[in-house]
Design a protein around this ligand. Structure first.
Ligand SMILES: Cc1ncc(C[n+]2csc(CCOP(=O)(O)OP(=O)(O)O)c2C)c(N)n1
Ligand SMILES: [Mg+2]
Length: 412
């Protein structure tokens, strides 16, 4: 027999059947190794490499993980309410992904630099970003909201995967500085992206560069199973973590709803990157329990059964069970966490209401460093156009009607 050409396997007739089989292989196959320490029932399992990391976590740290996860979930509820009340143009919920974000964020060190997507509110919390500042962009009063230099937490990026080449470039910069100053404190970069973004060419190019130059970078992919209405099975035929093999660095799948395992794996990966051993890809296997954004309705593309299955793997509930069973936290602790969450919610509600609408002329002024005739012309046009609404604005003021953040806002 001569050499056989590989089959393309695509004859277009069995797409749905294949998708189902593939979904099992990629998503539900127990043979696909996944690091898990804290099981959904709240008991602690073992892992030959990562149990050691878990053993180092004291009661205070574990309670801190819980407090952070509860806080960010409460914040998520508040921000969703603010959007529904017209105070934010859009909100991107994170519920379900708390362990992936708090576990990884808490594993980073202050000197590390983080590149988020647009959903990393939990990571922002771990980097001490003021969560009220984070809402400025979603209210449309700022292009960013916080100064990344204060926390080494970069501004949100809405263009899918655009932050991955930025991150690798930044990591290569750090690498060169570390070579120039070998006795200094070592740092790494961690870049977040989603299962959908993993299909972007930017991710491929970033991984090639990271591997070729051995950049100190950790790629943290939150596989939350959906890219708006597109399931992960359309993005990949193999576990996303396996892709790292093709680039020549380690890839590891971790239970993204297990804060202890996520913390352990990320600590290991960042250490490795800081030591200059290699980049690492982490795939945090998790689920977006809510809508993609407040402009999305997931009932249009997925079943409630799937959602129920994932709710049973809730990251907060399993840690609460563990803390209670081990006698590490009591009712008083959980009541305090709830009170702290309510206090945070009241703070962000008040600060959001108080955010002032910026002067639109600032947007024109920020276009170029120096004055530009085209920008001046566009500003003149805009002012002329706005003047046409002067009567309406005066009427609104007389009748006490106020605009809200959603007036004229485009939804994504
Ligand atoms: C380059 C680019 N293409 C398309 C979009 C529109 N878009 C915004 S979010 C999204 C889905 C992203 O899914 P995923 O990467 O899995 O992240 P998740 O939203 O699930 O956290 C798409 C297609 C975009 N923002 N940028
Ligand atoms: Mg996704």
């Amino acid at each position: 027999m001569g050499t056989q050409l590989p089959s393309t396997e695509f004859d277009g007739t069995d797409t749905d059947d294949r998708r189902e089989a593939q979904a099992e292989a990629v998503l539900g196959d127990p043979d696909v190794p996944m690091v898990q320490l804290l099981r959904p029932d709240g008991t602690l399992g073992t892992d030959p490499v990562f149990s050691e990391y878990a053993a180092r976590l004291d009661a205070g740290t574990l309670k801190g993980f819980y407090a952070d996860m509860a806080k960010i979930r409460r914040f998520d509820v508040e921000a969703t309410a603010l959007q529904r009340q017209g105070q934010l143009a859009l909100w991107v919920p994170l519920t379900g992904q708390e362990a992936a974000q708090i576990g990884s964020g808490r594993a980073s060190q202050p000197q590390d630099y983080i590149f988020p997507t647009y959903r990393e509110h939990g990571v922002a919390l771990t980097r001490n970003v003021d969560l009220a500042e984070l809402l400025r962009q979603f209210r449309g009063v700022s292009n960013g909201g916080w100064n990344p230099k204060d926390t080494n937490f970069h501004l949100y990026t809405l263009v899918l995967a655009a932050q991955t080449p930025h991150a690798v470039g930044y990591a290569m910069g750090i690498q060169r500085e570390q070579k120039l100053n070998p006795t200094g404190e070592k740092a790494a970069v961690m870049v977040y992206f989603g299962d959908g973004a993993s299909s972007e060419g930017d991710v491929h190019e970033s991984m090639v560069f990271a591997s070729s130059f051995n950049a100190p970078v950790v790629f943290f992919c939150q596989n939350n199973h959906w890219a708006i209405s597109v399931p992960t099975t359309v993005q990949t035929r193999i576990p996303l973590s396996n892709r790292a093999k093709g680039y020549g660095f380690p890839g590891i799948r971790v239970d993204g709803n297990d804060v202890i395992a996520v913390h352990a794996v990320t600590e290991w990966a960042l250490d490795r990157a800081r030591r200059g051993e290699s980049p690492v890809l982490i795939e945090a296997f998790t689920y977006r329990v809510g809508a993609h954004t407040t402009a999305d309705d997931p009932t249009k593309y997925r079943g409630s059964e799937e959602e129920a299955q994932w709710r049973a793997k809730d990251p907060l509930e399993r840690l609460e069970k563990y803390l209670r069973a081990e006698g590490l936290a009591d009712d008083a602790f959980f009541e305090q966490v709830k009170a702290d969450g309510d206090e945070l919610a009241a703070y962000v509600r008040k600060t959001t209401h108080d955010l002032e609408t910026p002067d639109i002329r600032q947007a024109f002024a920020n276009t170029y460093a120096e004055a530009h005739p085209l920008v001046a012309e566009e500003l003149a046009w805009f002012e002329d156009y706005s003047a046409g609404f002067a009567d309406e604005a005066a009427d609104a003021e007389d009748s006490g009607t106020q605009g809200t953040a959603t007036d004229g806002a485009a939804s994504r």
